[in-house]
Design a protein around this ligand. Structure first.
Ligand SMILES: C[S@@+](CC[C@H](N)C(=O)[O-])C[C@H]1O[C@@H](n2cnc3c(N)ncnc32)[C@H](O)[C@@H]1O
Length: 211
C-alpha cells in the first residue's frame, strides 16, 4: 500500500475526473486517500467482511461505499474514471470483469487497474511450484499477510495466472484502447521496506480508455 497509495492518487488525479469509482475497494484505504479531492468517489466491495472493514475505514469520509460487485453495475450511473488495485487476477471471468467496468464508464472514460506482474510474480512467490508454465492459465487459492501487518492473514483468495497477452487482448476485445502500461519497480529504499531488493517489477498497471 505504501507503494500504491501515492501512485493511484497521482494517476487518478492526473486524469482530472468528476466522478470516480473504485472497484473492489477491500479495506477502503485507496478510496480514503482520494476522498478529499474535487471529484466524487464511489467505492464498491462485494465481500461482506471486507465491506464491513471498509465502512469503518471510510466512516466520516466523503466516499459512497456500496456492497456490490462490478457485475452489478449498469450504464445508468456512469463514471469518468474507474480504478481497481489487485482485483482483476482474483476474478475468474476476466473478460466479464473488463466488460462490467466498461459498462459503467462514460465514453472517453478511463480504467486504471493493477495486477501482480504475470511475468514475474510466480518467481517471487513460487505459487505453482513445478506445475508452473507462463503460457498456461492456472488458478490457486492463496493466503497472504499484509507486509506491514504480518499477524493479519487473509486466506482463501483466488489467484488466476494468465499470460500478459490474455490481459492485453481481453482489454482490447472489451472495447478499450490501452494508453500506457506501468511496471511497478519503486526506489531502492522503498523496495527494502518489503524485505529485500526486488529482482523484477512485482506488479503492473494498465491505463485503458473507453473508445
Ligand atoms: C486482493 S483483494 C484487493 C483489495 C483492495 N483493492 C486492496 O488492494 O487492498 C481483491 C478484492 O476484490 C474484490 N472483488 C472480487 N471480484 C470483484 C468484482 N467482480 N467486483 C468488485 N470487487 C471484486 C474482492 O472481494 C476483494 O476485496
Amino acid at each position: 500500500m505504501e507503494v500504491f497509495k501515492p501512485l493511484f492518487v497521482e494517476w487518478v488525479c492526473g486524469l482530472k475526473p468528476n466522478r470516480v469509482i473504485e472497484i473492489g475497494a477491500g479495506t477502503g484505504h485507496l478510496s480514503k486517500a482520494l476522498s478529499n479531492q474535487s471529484f466524487s468517489v464511489t467505492a464498491i466491495e462485494p465481500s461482506p467482511g471486507m465491506h464491513k472493514v471498509a465502512s469503518e475505514v471510510l466512516a466520516g469520509e466523503n466516499v459512497e461505499l456500496l456492497n456490490c460487485s462490478s457485475f452489478d453495475l449498469s450504464s445508468s450511473r456512469s463514471y469518468d474514471v474507474a480504478f481497481s488495485h489487485l482485483v482483476a487476477h482474483v476474478v475468474e471471468d476476466l473478460f466479464g470483469y473488463l466488460e462490467s467496468v466498461f459498462v459503467c464508464l462514460s465514453k472517453g472514460g478511463h480504467f486504471v487497474f493493477s495486477i501482480p506482474h504475470p511475468c514475474f510474480y510466480n518467481s517471487y512467490k513460487n505459487l505453482f511450484g513445478g506445475d508452473y508454465n507462463y503460457m498456461t492459465p492456472m488458478s490457486k487459492e492463496i493466503s497472504f499477510s499484509i507486509t506491514k501487518d504480518p499477524n493479519n492473514k487473509v486466506s482463501g483468495v483466488p489467484y488466476h495466472h494468465r499470460p500478459l497477452s490474455t490481459y492485453i487482448n481481453g482489454i482490447l476485445e472489451a472495447g478499450f484502447a490501452i494508453d500506457s502500461f506501468h511496471e511497478t519497480y519503486p526506489q531502492w529504499e522503498v523496495q527494502l521496506k518489503y524485505g529485500k531488493p526486488w529482482d523484477n517489477p512485482r506488479y503492473c498497471a494498465f491505463f485503458c480508455k473507453k473508445l
